[in-house]
Ligand binder design. Structure first.
Ligand SMILES: [Zn+2]
Length: 180
């Protein structure tokens, strides 16, 4: 079984489908703490990470956290102004460059620590990662959660299928119209 932390967590249809598949392979419950994020929510999240890193004395860079280190640096350059950080995130997203797949609703987070319910212990974390990877999900361990990314091809397969159905429906419609 899986559940969302609270009603603020928004998940795409494909994320839900993956969570259904994943939870079938688990003997314990999992809690999803995050799904879709707006540019502003992403900016706040990144600002918190920067702050935590500063406080933890681990340097001040997001390059270790985000694969697009160049864009991460450009966003970090606006810290602590989260509004300006959000603008950089949004402008890049408009050009198809996403600092996080949460922005396109293709990622979700599973709680490991820091919550009250359905926290996972070390062996459960290993099991979640192993099972998620076994059904083709990409996972990254972050501070208090497992970040999970939905693969493009699953989504594309679904879209292709529905597009094909539409084409067939339109084709039948045209055939009926031209023959009537
Ligand atoms: Zn995440």
């Amino acid at each position: 079984m899986w559940k969302i932390k609270d009603s603020s967590v928004q998940l795409s249809t494909s994320s839900k489908k993956f969570l259904d598949e994943l939870s079938k392979l688990l003997s314990f419950n999992i809690t999803v703490t995050d799904g879709y994020r707006t540019a502003r929510q992403q900016a706040v999240q990144m600002a918190e990470t920067i702050q935590e890193q500063i406080f933890a004395g681990q340097g001040e860079t997001l390059t270790d956290v985000y694969s697009d280190s160049q864009l991460a640096n450009a966003i970090q350059a606006e810290f602590p102004d989260t509004e300006k950080m959000a603008i950089v995130i949004e402008q890049n997203a408009d050009n198809g460059r996403y600092i996080s797949r949460h922005l396109i609703n293709d990622a979700f987070d599973i709680r490991t620590t820091g919550g009250t319910e359905n926290q996972l212990n070390e062996s459960q974390i290993d099991i979640v990662i192993d099972r998620a990877n076994s059904i083709g999900l990409k996972t990254v361990i972050e501070r208090d959660h497992i970040h999970v990314e939905v693969l493009d091809n699953w989504v594309i397969v679904d879209e292709k299928k529905s597009n094909l159905l539409w084409l067939v429906a339109i084709g039948i419609g045209v055939a009926l119209w031209t023959t009537s």
